[in-house]
Ligand binder design. Sequence first.
Ligand code: SAH
Length: 216
Amino acid sequence: MSDDPETAERKMRFLFALRQRGVTDPRVLEAMERIDRGEFVRGHFEDRAYDDTPLPIPCGQTISQPSVVGLMTQALEVGPRDKVLEIGTGSGYQAAVLSLLCRRVYTIDRHRRLVAEAEALFRHLGLPNITALVADGSRGLPEQAPFDRIMVTAAAEDPPGPLLAQLKIGGIMVVPVGQSDAVQTLIRVRRGESGFDYDELRQVRFVPLVEGLGQT
Ligand code: SAH
């Protein structure tokens, strides 16, 4: 499908903005070129899909800023054989980007509606290696553990213990940490033979990780 000139121009600016903000990994850039963010943003905000800004999605949640998606994906150092867990499906955009870089993505959200809409999009886009589930992601997904990589796209006060426990030795987790209504710090956790190493990547702002299932 070819885009009209205006859309093509917006998509070019989108990729340029990613590079400018530090997304330099060619595999990540290619995945973000292939997954059209426009598919994941509906209604009022559709014409801002290629701006480097977070946007509202149903259930009072947000689709993350594209450069943050790129930087988090890059920080996760995903390999083609990896099994990845994402907490916070939201629109499904981040899971779709990850799915092009790894073997399988499990993505969890506490809102049934978001999971149903994301699943429909994964089918429509032909992304067969994503499994989306309704659950409280702060408990992880013990049936499929351990994971090579875990990405959390909602802010926790501390990295949730069950998620740390479900990370393989040699695995990496990226998670925003801090008070829910303040600026948070994105951290990368590496699990080694003898424990966890943490490094702070940047300041971010995410919706909070909330326990239990949502109403819708
Ligand atoms: N990654 C998403 C954006 C995530 S917004 C995207 O690409 O669009 C954060 C999401 O985390 C919201 O959809 C919210 O419902 C979800 N969430 C918050 N707490 C959760 C929990 N305990 N378990 C699962 N999902 C949770």
